[in-house]
Design a protein around this ligand. Structure first.
Ligand SMILES: [Zn+2]
Length: 370
C-alpha cells in the first residue's frame, strides 16, 4: 500500500508489520460531531478495513479530550459538570459512528484517564532539559529540540501565525519563545485541578496524545494523524515532546485528512458553519451519507453540498440493484492501495454495477452494506 506521508511530503510505501498501530486524534466532547469530523474518522475506518482485508491486525486508538479550554468553557456556560457534558456528547458521538458503519476502535481512552502518565512525562521532559517552569506553568523549550518543524515543514513566521490562530497563545508573557508550548498549567479557581510537583493544575493541549499513544501503543507508532489543521501546532508539538523523552521516532507515518468547508470556509465550531451528522441521519440513510463522503479523496479540501447526498442515494440504489457478488473487488483493493483512492474505488464499483454484476463485497470493503 502507498500513502501520502505529511512529514516526507510525498506518497510513500506504507508497509507495517502484522500488527498495525494507529492513533487518530479524537473529539473534544462539548458539541455535536460535524461532517469534518466524520470525514476524518471515516478515512481512518477505510484504512483500517483495507489493512484488515490485507491480513493485518489493526490497533486503532482514538482519544477523547475530556478536559481542555473548550469543554470547560462550554460546561461553565451550561452550568453542568464538564464530565457529565463529556459523557453525554461521547454517547451521542459513539452512536453516530456506529450508525455510520465505522468499525469499533481498539481503544477510546480519555485524557483524564492519563493524568499519572502525563505527569510522569512532563517530569521526564523537564528533567531531560527540554522544558522550564515559568509563572506556575511548565513549557516545552523549542530551542532545545533541533528538529522542531520536521512534521509540518513550516517557516518560523508561518508557525507563529498558526500558533496564534489555533490556541497556541504566542503572546503568553511567561514564555521564553512564543513558539514554546504548555505542558502543564495551573487551573483557574472553577476548573478541575490535579496535584503535581508544580502545584495543582491541568495538562496542556498536546501532552495527552503523546501520553495516551505511548501508553496504549508503545513509544513508536506506525501511523498517526487527524484533520490537516492538527499538523501544526498539535502534531509538531506531540513529536517534539515525545521524541525528547524517548530518543526514538514517535510516529513512522503521518496521515492527514483535508478540510470540509461550507459556504467557502472550513467547517468549524468557532465559525458556526456546521453540518451535523446527527441532523443528516434524521433524513438520509447512513450508507448514503457514507457514500457522499467517499466521493471525495481524503486529502482533498471540499465544500459540503446536499447535492452530494442526492447523488449518493442514487448510487446506492444502482448498487443495490446489482446485488451480491465480488465484481470489482480487486479494482477496489488497487484503488485503496494507491493512497486510499476512494473515488477510484467508487468508479470501479459503478462500472461493475453498470454491467449488472453483483458487487456487494467490494462495497463492503468500503464499509457500505447494501
Ligand atoms: Zn491529538
Amino acid at each position: 500500500m502507498r500513502l501520502y506521508d505529511t512529514a516526507r511530503q510525498s506518497v510513500v510505501a506504507f508497509e507495517p508489520g502484522p500488527v498495525v498501530t494507529m492513533y487518530s486524534c479524537g473529539i473534544t466532547p462539548y458539541d455535536s460531531a460535524h461532517m469534518g469530523h466524520v470525514q476524518v474518522y471515516l478515512t481512518f475506518d477505510l484504512l483500517q478495513r483495507r489493512l484488515r482485508d490485507a491480513g493485518h491486525e489493526t490497533k486503532l486508538v482514538r482519544n477523547v479530550t475530556d478536559v481542555d479550554d473548550d469543554i470547560l468553557r462550554r460546561a461553565r456556560e451550561l452550568g453542568v459538570h464538564y464530565l457529565d457534558l463529556a459523557a453525554e456528547e461521547m454517547a451521542r458521538f459513539d452512536s453516530s459512528m456506529q450508525v455510520m458503519g465505522l468499525l469499533p476502535v481498539y481503544r477510546e481512552p480519555r485524557a483524564t484517564s492519563a493524568i499519572p502518565e502525563i505527569l510522569s512525562m512532563v517530569g521526564a521532559v523537564l528533567d531531560g532539559g527540554h522544558a522550564y517552569e515559568s509563572g506556575g506553568s511548565v513549557y516545552f523549550d523549542v530551542s532545545s529540540f533541533a528538529t522542531f518543524g520536521q512534521v509540518s515543514h513550516l517557516s518560523r513566521a508561518e508557525m507563529l501565525v498558526l500558533a496564534a490562530e489555533r490556541g497556541g497563545k504566542p503572546d503568553d508573557p511567561n514564555k521564553r519563545d512564543p513558539l514554546d508550548f504548555v505542558l502543564w498549567q495551573p487551573s483557574a479557581a472553577d476548573e478541575p485541578a490535579w496535584q503535581s510537583r508544580w502545584g495543582p493544575g491541568r495538562p496542556g493541549w498536546h501532552i495527552e496524545c503523546s501520553a495516551l499513544a505511548m501508553r496504549e501503543l508503545g513509544e513508536t507508532i506506525d501511523l498517526h494523524g487527524g484533520g490537516r489543521d492538527l499538523i501544526f501546532p498539535h502534531h509538531e508539538c506531540e513529536t517534539a515532546q515525545s521524541e525528547s523523552v524517548t530518543g526514538k521516532t514517535f510516529c513512522r507515518h503521518w496521515f492527514h485528512v483535508g478540510m470540509v468547508g461550507l459556504d467557502g470556509t472550513k467547517m468549524s465550531k468557532s465559525l458556526g458553519n456546521l453540518v451535523f451528522v446527527g441532523d443528516l441521519l434524521k433524513e438520509w440513510e447512513p450508507m448514503a451519507i457514507r457514500l457522499a463522503l467517499l466521493e471525495h479523496h481524503y486529502r482533498a479540501d471540499w465544500e459540503w453540498q446536499d447535492a452530494g447526498l442526492e447523488r449518493a442515494a442514487e448510487r446506492l440504489e444502482r448498487w443495490r440493484a446489482a446485488g451480491d457478488g465480488d465484481a470489482g473487488i480487486e479494482q477496489v483493493r488497487r484503488a485503496l492501495d494507491d493512497d486510499l483512492d476512494a473515488p477510484g474505488a467508487l468508479d470501479a464499483l459503478d462500472q461493475a454495477a453498470a454491467t449488472g454484476a453483483g458487487m456487494s463485497q467490494g462495497a463492503a470493503l468500503l464499509g457500505v452494506s447494501l
